[in-house]
Design a protein around this ligand. Structure first.
Ligand code: 5GP
Ligand code: ZN
Length: 136
């Protein structure tokens, strides 16, 4: 019990500095904070959505939380509403972009095997053409 507080504090301090270090080089944090340009389609207090710089489909939008969360692996239980909000915004954007009826694909790549190349949680919204099957 006597050792638990210092180790907790050490964990908190290391986590804080890791977060600041990761954010400082994060392109999606820069886009969220208007420090890097992007074609922004939607923004609220929780999320930002912008067009992917290398579109893989006629409609290719990224929806990201405004706060730096590395991946699904780092989502906290109290961020469940935020995770759900990514879907709500994706649905609204699909309607706005005219692909809701024809269909679209939502992808969140996670980690190395998942093909995640930007370590800031994001949801891809892909539409406007027939998606390839099978996946994987
Ligand atoms: P991931 O491979 O991590 O699932 O997806 C990252 C996506 O971010 C890729 O589709 C890539 O094209 C996109 N991307 C990387 N850097 C930038 C950037 O600076 N601006 C925009 N708009 N998209 C980016
Ligand atoms: Zn970030």
């Amino acid at each position: 019990m006597g050792r638990s507080l210092p180790s907790f504090l050490r964990y908190a301090v290391i986590s804080f500095f890791r977060l600041v270090y990761n954010m400082s080089g994060c392109i999606f944090c820069k886009i969220v904070n208007n420090e890097a340009s992007a074609s922004i389609l939607y923004r609220d207090e929780q999320v930002t959505a912008f067009r992917d710089v290398h579109p893989a489909a006629p409609v290719h939008i990224l929806i990201v939380p405004n706060k730096h969360i590395e991946s699904v692996n780092n989502l906290a239980p109290e961020e469940e509403a935020l995770a759900g909000h990514l879907f709500t915004v994706a649905r609204q954007l699909a309607e706005q972009e005219g692909v809701a009826e024809s269909g679209y694909r939502l992808i969140t790549n996670t980690g190395v095997n998942g093909g995640q190349s930007v370590s800031h949680l994001h949801m891809h919204l892909l539409g406007g053409s027939h998606m390839k099957h099978p996946m994987g």
